[in-house]
Design a protein. Structure first.
Length: 288
């Protein structure tokens, strides 16, 4: 690593340790942003290994995913080749540093009372993808997060530790968001999901892909809720995590609020994961 990279790594670890605390973590709400709100990224360095981008996109369409997730992968790959957007996301991950923030990619307030929206988050950690894959990611994903108007609680309902390959899942997760509106109307949004990791055909350890989707017969608050996360190694060590979150949620008469809720929660989840990874690294936690 260069001196600057060592300095940044140390700062990130110290930040993560200082933020770690028992109970829910409190966040400030941020305005929903799109790519138009992001400053010029041309001066930001890229970090992703070119060979890994090529390998990932060459194999992405052959992964054992459901059809819905291939929509997300088209943001990263085009006809088996890395999309120019992947370079932009790479630079954005460097831009956000230790404060990941979601970007809204599309939005539709549907006539039947649901809001359909897609968000992107990206950030870097000084851990290789193998260490990221073995970390307690499901636990970080469901960590309690509180904003002035919405509280998120989550639980890992089931994990695959007893299976032959505990690194690939499935993990079953539960989330409950309690919302308090400015009109003093409250409601909750609940979902249960399954999370799995999908290795590439060639077993490349420097690329991970995980996908999360709804499970169970009844989800009145959601038509769908999918997350797709790619972890890829850097030229000089470390990893970038890119998550695409697509959902359709009942907005309960508050469509703009629904848009804000999941923009904030996507940012909070990214920060919880980044800080969780750095805290485990700082503690020297060993994984089986």
């Amino acid at each position: 690593m260069t001196y600057a990279q060592v300095f940044i790594t140390a700062a990130l670890i110290l930040t993560a340790c200082s933020k770690k605390a028992e109970g829910p973590r409190f966040f400030a709400s941020e305005p929903v942003q799109t790519w138009e709100d992001v400053p010029d990224l041309s001066q930001e360095d890229t970090a992703l290994r070119a060979d890994l981008k090529e390998d990932f996109c060459a194999q992405a369409e052959r992964l054992a995913l459901t059809t819905d997730f291939y929509v997300d992968l088209t943001l990263l790959c085009d006809d088996g080749k890395p999309h120019e957007m992947l370079d932009r996301i790479d630079r954005y991950a460097g831009h956000v540093g230790d404060a990941p923030r979601s970007i809204k990619l599309d939005l539709e307030h549907e006539a039947d009372g649901f809001t359909r929206v897609t968000y992107l988050t990206a950030f870097r950690v000084p851990l290789d993808p193998q260490a990221v894959r073995k970390a307690s990611l499901p636990t970080f994903m469901v960590a309690a997060s509180r904003f002035p108007y919405v509280h998120l609680e989550g639980t890992v309902l089931a994990d695959p530790k007893s299976q032959d390959d505990p690194d690939t899942g499935p993990w079953h997760l539960s989330y409950r968001a309690q919302v308090e509106t400015s009109a003093r109307i409250s409601f909750s949004l609940e979902r249960r999901t399954e999370l799995r990791s999908y290795p590439l055909e060639d077993g490349n350890p420097d690329i991970n892909l995980s996908a999360e989707h709804l499970i169970g017969a009844s989800h009145p608050d959601f038509k769908f809720y999918n997350t797709t996360t790619m972890t890829m190694g850097h030229e000089e060590g470390g990893s970038t995590l890119i998550t695409i979150t697509r959902l359709s949620v009942r907005h309960n008469g508050f469509p703009e609020l629904a848009e804000q809720i999941f923009s904030d929660l996507a940012s909070a989840q990214a920060m919880q994961i980044q800080d969780g990874l750095l805290s485990e690294m700082a503690a020297g936690r060993k994984h089986p």
